[in-house]
Every structure is written in C-alpha cells, then in structure tokens.
Design a protein around this ligand. Structure first.
Ligand code: SF4
Length: 433
C-alpha cells in the first residue's frame, strides 16, 4: 500500500487538478500521507504564471530530494504548468526528479509510477489534449464549505503575457450533465457552495448550452446554496450571464473581472481585445444590473514599454470603477509567451516596485471606502470556520467579502445574519443578529 503526498502551487484550477490526481491514484490503492517524510510518492503540482513560482518549486525540489536518502524507493514527480512549460528540462536539470507530467496526462500516472518503481526509469508525459476534461473522474474534494468544479479546460485567448494557453492547451468544455452530477455528489457530501472554474468561463459551450445555462442547471441541485465562478473575460461577457447573476438567487453577486491594464496601447500589446472605455462601460453596466455587486479584478504593472502616463491610466480606471478588491502583480516575463518573444522586459524592477506600491495604496483606500458603506448593513454570511481570534467565526458574504463575528455556535456552511459594526480594507467585522 503506497502512500502519496501532493503539494499544490498556484490557482484554483491546480487545486482541482490535485483532487483529480488523488482520485485517480486512490482507485489504484494509493493512500495519502500526512507529511512528505511518510510518503513513497511525492508530487509537486506546479504553477508557471510568474518567475517566483518557478523559483519556489526549484527550492522545494532541492529540499525534498534529500528525503530520498532515507527512502531510496521514493518517487519525486513534478506535475502541472511548470512541468508542461519546462518539459524534459525539468528531468535533465534536476537529478532526483523521476517523473514529469503535464495537466492533461494525469490518467497516465498509475502506469508511469509503476514503470518508475519497477524499472527505476525516468518518466514524462507532456501531450496536451483537445478532449480531456476528466469529467469521468469524481475528484477527491478537499473537505470544507466550498468545492471547485472545473467546467472547462484550456484557453484560446493568447494574452501575450500569459503562459496558460501553452501549459493547458485549447479550450474544451464538459457536458453540463457531468457538472450537475458532480454537484449532486458534492451536495450529498455536505458542500454548500460550488465555484465553477474555467480560464475564461464565458467561452464555455457544450452543444447549445452556454455558461449562463450551466449556472441555472447547477442551481437546481438541492443542498447547494451558493454558486460562484472564476474567471470571465471582459471581451465577451454576455448580457444573458449578467441577467442570471442578477436573477438567480443562488448565483452570488460577485464578479471577478480581470482588467490587467488601463491604457489602450498596453491592452492592445497584451492582446486583451477590449479598450479602457469598453471595460469601464461593462463594469458600470454590471453594477447597474446587479444591486450590491462586489467587483474584483487583476492588474499587471510594468508591462513592456508601459510609460508612467499609461500607468496613471490604470490608476484612473481603479478610481472610476472602484473595485472592491484586486490582485495586483508586477509584470514577470514568462518563457514561450508571445510577449517574451516580441517585447523587451524594459520597465526596471525599481519602477515596477514603485508602481505596484502606488497601485496597492490606491486600491486599499478604495476597498476601505467601499467596505465603510457596509457599516450598519446586515448580510447573510456563510460560515467557513474559526476566525483568527478563538472566540470568532469567519465566513463570506454573497459578495465574497470575508466577515468575522463573535462565535454563536453556528456550524460550517450555516448562513448567519450578521450586522456590520466595523471594517478594514479586507474584512467586515460584525455581530450575529
Ligand atoms: S484569458 Fe488570457 S490571461 Fe486568462 S488564462 Fe487565457 S491567455 Fe491567460
């Protein structure tokens, strides 16, 4: 009976993939180790979105391969986007790494592991598939209130800074019925909330069903009380989806809408296929259509050739739209991306740092201002567990806002009505009423 230990880096899609890998190996009688030291097989499910993600994994590989001194039969494998991006280099440059598998190769893992253990061979599988959606695998979901469901895989958008189209391949969607079946099983396991995942959920298509239809189908599953999704692309956000979020009581009033940059010239170099004006109009239309909508975004500073004036345009969009929160990053050149081939990474690290500091300062002030409007309001908060303070519970509003309140004995997954007494830029503080 072999034991496996998986460390997951990066996005929710990777967390979901780890749950798929666990389900595939559990069927082969693998069990899960609580620590790397106890494991016979160690997997790192990796991210390739920024350079520091690569460095983190390289450091971890050098630590973990020490464990092989105590367990000569231990297998060390690298999965995910970094595996797909660096391919055989990972094997050749890292003595101690026995196996490399990309995001579409996980069904081959049992055979690959057998070959590594029996033949003491190195194994790699890096073929991207146009069809694989793992819809025949019920993932080993991590216990909690929320469960991820990947409804599609891959991305055809080729934003010039992004490595995902090269590491996750072409877009393909799962049959709505397979998503509904998974949601039913999750409800039976006690999950109350589902987050539907896709690199660009607007592109979800299966025969005549689009993403708005899928949300409505999943919302018919008894026991599931909240449905979230990430990420849509601003280029093709359909009115129909907006109406579903506005009208379907289970669809949460939170939309994550990645802006990336505020200048039209930079948006064009990024191949984002929308202009600043189009983005702002869409964001304001969303706020108009969905009362109490929480809007969040992603922003990159220091994209090649971005000037100070163009960075100022990013700040202008933040001031105009007033996002509730944002994920903010310095541009990190990624191997194999279009930008790495076409544009010199010419904005200095100092300048990138100066811009990210100013961006974060502005966004925190905006988040605080938006949260202050909630003081005195009451929200339905879905409990996720204990807060930092022992006598506190933590949960999220429909708008995905983290909320803490004194522990009133409510269980995980319960909906508690909370009156907001105070706020920070990142948290609502209240009392159960
Ligand atoms: S939409 Fe663009 S940024 Fe998002 S995963 Fe696809 S290529 Fe990357």
């Amino acid at each position: 009976m072999k034991k496996i230990y998986i460390e997951t880096y990066g996005c929710q899609m990777n967390e979901y993939d780890t749950e798929i890998v666990k389900a595939i190996l559990k069927k082969e009688n693998y069990h899960f180790a609580a620590t790397p030291e106890e494991a016979d097989v160690l997997f790192l499910n990796t991210c390739s979105v920024r350079e520091n993600a690569h460095q983190k994994v390289q450091q971890r590989i050098s630590v973990l391969k020490q464990l092989k001194r105590n367990n000569k039969k231990m297998v060390l494998g690298v999965l995910g986007c970094m595996a797909q991006n660096l391919k055989k280099d990972l094997l050749e440059k890292n003595v101690g790494v026995d196996l490399v598998a990309g995001p579409d190769s996980y069904k081959k893992l049992p055979a690959m592991l057998q070959h590594v253990s029996e033949e003491n061979a190195k194994e790699f599988s890096l073929t991207l598939s146009e069809y694989e959606t793992y819809s025949d695998i019920f993932p080993e979901h991590t216990p909690g209130v929320n469960a991820w469901i990947a409804v599609m895989r891959g991305c055809d958008n080729f934003c010039t800074f992004c490595v995902v189209p090269y590491t996750r391949g072409r877009e393909r969607s799962r049959a709505p019925q397979s998503v509904v079946e998974e949601a039913k099983k999750l409800a039976a396991q006690g999950f109350k909330q589902i987050t539907l995942l896709g690199q660009n959920v607007n592109s979800y298509r299966y025969e005549s069903a689009d993403f708005a239809d899928l949300i409505n189908l999943v919302s018919e599953v008894d026991g599931i009380e909240r449905i979230r999704f990430t990420s849509p692309h601003p280029k093709d956000f359909p009115e129909k989806l907006l109406q579903v979020v506005a009208e379907n009581p289970k669809a949460c009033a939170h939309i994550h809408l990645p802006l990336q940059a505020g200048s039209d010239r930079i948006l064009d170099l990024m191949s984002r296929t929308y202009t600043q004006k189009e983005f702002i109009n869409l964001a304001l239309r969303m706020r108009e259509t969905i009362p109490g909508l929480a809007l969040t975004t992603d922003v990159i500073v220091g994209f090649p050739t971005e000037t100070e004036e163009e960075f100022q345009q990013t700040l202008d969009v933040l001031r105009t739209v007033e996002f509730d929160a944002a994920f903010m990053f310095k541009y990190s050149e990624r191997q194999h991306t279009i930008a790495s081939r076409k544009f010199p990474d010419d904005v200095s690290e100092e300048e990138k740092t100066s811009r990210i500091v100013r961006l974060v300062d502005l966004q925190q002030a905006i988040s605080l201002k938006r949260n202050r409007k909630h003081i005195g309001e009451t929200f339905e908060v879905m409990v996720e567990g204990k807060g930092k303070k022992s006598n506190q519970l933590l949960g999220r509003t429909d708008g995905n806002k983290v909320t803490v309140f004194p522990d009133n004995g409510a269980k995980d997954g319960a909906l508690v009505t909370v009156k907001i007494k105070d706020v920070t830029s990142g948290t609502l503080i209240g009392e159960a009423v």
